[in-house]
Write a protein that binds this ligand. Structure first.
Ligand code: ADP
Length: 396
């Protein structure tokens, strides 16, 4: 069974081809700068790199070039030969409580949610429509970042603003990175030999975007991102939690304009806003050179994570594991050490040599003998999760 996973943005398409009988990826690539002169397509397969540096006018041409590269690499002759195509969709709003087989009704419902994530959902729709045109009868499945969190109780997802206004405008916490939180928690349950529906865990997805999820009995009961991915942890360029009064204050006397706020909070804040870089490796290099703002950014990042662990520990109750994932979660031992430091009374206690050991890149446990709660590192694989979801619809 060959499944293609597409993650289409407004000017890019990330793709990965899976051989599901072996649960493995056989090719992956990226088409970027669609619509610009410097567009570029790359595919990696069989240890080789296949590339095109040509103008890619739109998603249609992008997929034609992807097809060409697949053919050249010998991994796929034509999109029509696939068993299914899975699409990552950022926002499913309140409409989607599970993944869905694409039909006209599903496309209309995604269109109805455009206002909740305009940039993302428009790009996804362009990808779906184009891929459908060139793939014959191949079934398409949409997998949403928000769906895993649809099990949150209303007292957790509602904002304390006038109830009618929030209901009417669908203003509530949705949460994101659901595919990742779901994947790593399922992997953790297998690793710990606990039935998934009994797993209690806190998952920490720490990449450029970052979020925490409280999982009780295998279900998301709270998560740090909200209506948009802006809420919660400090991220690469996003502020995370902030007093909303800061915004009105900066507009009235800080020289900022209301129309610039989105950019200010999403692109100019977070680690980047504090110390001028959003790359954690860079921050650690700067810390080694005694850069005070880099130190502050790192301290703030870790402190916010620790606060959420405390909060979600209280939410979940008896906890089996905390799980680190994402580029920073999987690779940054210094961050893990700082976050877990001082949590022995919670039962969280890690062994420094296990934490620092970079020879094991797979699912791993960092506990020392004092721990009563497992601290795990589980590399995320959102694309494999989307391919697995897609397969479920094909088998039906
Ligand atoms: P995205 O949210 O874009 O998918 P990733 O999950 O790839 O992001 O994570 C990107 C982040 O991971 C960057 O901040 C990068 O600095 C960090 N990162 C990658 N490798 C390391 C490492 N060895 N040590 C610390 N941070 C790392």
């Amino acid at each position: 069974m060959k499944i293609l996973v597409l993650n289409s943005g407004s000017s890019s398409i990330k793709f990965q081809l899976f051989l599901m009988d072996e649960n493995k990826s056989i090719a992956s690539g990226l088409i970027e700068q669609i619509g610009q002169d410097n567009s570029h397509a790359i595919l990696k397969a069989n240890g080789e790199v296949y590339e095109r540096f040509v103008p890619i006018k739109d998603h249609n041409i992008g997929l034609e070039i992807m097809n060409e590269l697949f053919r050249e690499s010998g991994t796929l002759h034509d999109l029509k030969d696939l068993d299914g195509i899975g699409h990552r969709i950022v926002h499913g709003g309140e409409t989607f409580k599970s993944s869905a087989l694409v039909n006209d009704d599903v496309i209309k419902k995604i269109e109805n949610n455009i206002a909740l994530a305009p940039l993302h959902n428009l790009g996804h729709l362009a990808g779906i429509k184009t891929a459908m045109k060139s793939s014959g009868d191949v079934p398409h499945v949409v997998v949403f970042d928000t769906v895993f969190h649809q099990t949150m109780p209303e007292y957790a997802y509602r904002y304390a603003i006038p109830y009618e206004i929030s209901k009417k405008n669908h203003v509530r916490r949705y949460g994101f990175h659901g595919t990742s939180h779901n994947y790593v928690s399922q992997e953790a349950a297998k690793f710990l030999n606990i039935p998934y529906e009994k797993l209690n865990a806190i998952t920490l997805h720490l990449g450029n975007g970052a979020s925490v999820c409280a999982i009780k009995n295998g279900k998301s009961v709270d998560t740090s991102m909200g209506l948009s991915p802006l809420e919660g942890l400090i991220m690469g360029t996003r502020s995370g939690d902030i007093d909303p009064a800061v915004l009105t204050y900066l507009i009235s006397c800080g020289g900022l304009k209301a129309e610039d706020m989105d950019d200010f909070l999403n692109k100019k804040s977070g680690l980047f806003g504090i110390c001028g870089t959003n790359d954690m490796r860079n921050i650690e290099e700067k810390i080694a050179q005694n850069d005070e703002l880099a130190k502050l950014a790192f301290e703030m990042f870790c402190y916010r994570i620790k606060k959420y662990i405390g909060a979600y520990y209280a939410v979940v109750g008896k906890l089996d594991a905390i799980i680190f994932t994402g580029g920073i979660g999987e690779n940054d031992q210094g961050m893990r050490e700082k976050v877990c430091n001082g949590l022995k009374h919670f039962g969280i206690s890690i062994d420094n040599s296990l934490n620092k050991d970079r020879s094991n890149r797979g699912n791993r446990c960092l506990d020392d003998n004092n721990a009563t709660i497992k601290t795990l590192v589980i590399p995320t694989n959102e694309e494999l999760m989307i391919a697995t979801e897609t397969l479920k619809f094909i088998k039906k």
